[in-house]
Design a protein around this ligand. Sequence first.
Ligand SMILES: NC(=O)c1ccc[n+]([C@@H]2O[C@H](COP(=O)([O-])OP(=O)(O)OC[C@H]3O[C@@H](n4cnc5c(N)ncnc54)[C@H](O)[C@@H]3O)[C@@H](O)[C@H]2O)c1
Length: 358
Amino acid sequence: MTVPRTEPLAVGLIGLGNVALAHLEGYRQLTEIRVVAGADPRAERTTEMAARFGFRGYLDYQEMLERERLDLVSVLSTVATHPAAVIAAARRRLPVLCEKPLALTLADADLMIAACRSAGVPLFYAASYRFLEPVVKARELIQAGAIGEVRLLLETMIGTTGPSGYHDMGPHHYPPGGPGGSGNGLMDHGIHLVDVFGWLIGSEVESATGAGQISGEAPRPEHLTIRFRSGAVGHLIYDDATWPADLPAEGAFSWAPTWDEVAAGQGIGRGGIWQQHPGSIRVHGTLGSLRIFHYANQLFLRTARGIEQIRVADRPMPAQFAAELASFAASIRAGGPAAVPGEVGRAALATVLAAYSR
Ligand SMILES: NC(=O)c1ccc[n+]([C@@H]2O[C@H](COP(=O)([O-])OP(=O)(O)OC[C@H]3O[C@@H](n4cnc5c(N)ncnc54)[C@H](O)[C@@H]3O)[C@@H](O)[C@H]2O)c1
């Protein structure tokens, strides 16, 4: 496919829910891609989003694909709809980006990858954590040997207000009886970390074991332990149906909007919103450690010299989406492979699914 170099690429969005708002903010920061159309079966939402962001709205993505002259497609719909939407875009020979999780089964992930390969179009996996500034900077430090050999990578997301604070993503995203749970749980959120842990240390997963939430069942604690080929261990623990034990001072690091604020159209752009429990990733090495406040755009390095705050580019959440979409556009223009291809999403899914094997 030849794309004129001066024209912005025309993208069509499939799914206009919460994450679409973050993507639309990302597109607003770019000149190389223009959102021309979006499709979602929710009529009121589609009308409102189309008017607000100035694109043509459709209730059926097949109709959008048929009528619009698109250069690429972005799949932002409920998880269960990803395989059909990606395959529909591939059949029209359109490069396609797909939000995480790529699919719910490895068989579906394989069909999506095969459809794009046989159509000769790239499949981009939306690994947005790879585009968060503190994560990018942490990777540079690790690769430069700043904390020696990495032995442990940890993330915990524990606690709301007990069972009443737990919100299941629901059957539209995760059909009952299979992997699912809350938006802060292993399947929907942990899948970011499963990918980013290996990316930070440049190592592949050797084995994984754990226990994940089954969609539609009563909430329970979730965990996953990953052993990497390098010998490092990654550990994830999640439970949205209990109370947090963080100290209030932890929130002092937060500049980031919460997902609820992003979804409500608030907190977009520069931070400034106090968040009590900012997410963080801990990386422990033989010469030091890193604390990555990925959404608060802060990074700390601890070594024998003491604790140092590392400067990161002033691009707080949700700027990672602009960076991700810019990389998407650059590889389409260059006619090259996707920076983060579908195979990355398949590998992350394979690791997470270890927590559901009975
Ligand atoms: N990268 C990130 O940080 C991040 C953050 C949030 C969500 N996500 C991912 O984005 C995806 C969407 O999540 P969300 O939070 O926006 O969910 P959401 O429930 O807010 O929105 C999903 C939208 O998809 C629409 N939809 C359902 N079937 C459709 C179809 N056949 N065609 C078109 N649209 C359809 C729904 O009507 C809804 O508007 C999920 O895969 C989720 O895991 C990624």
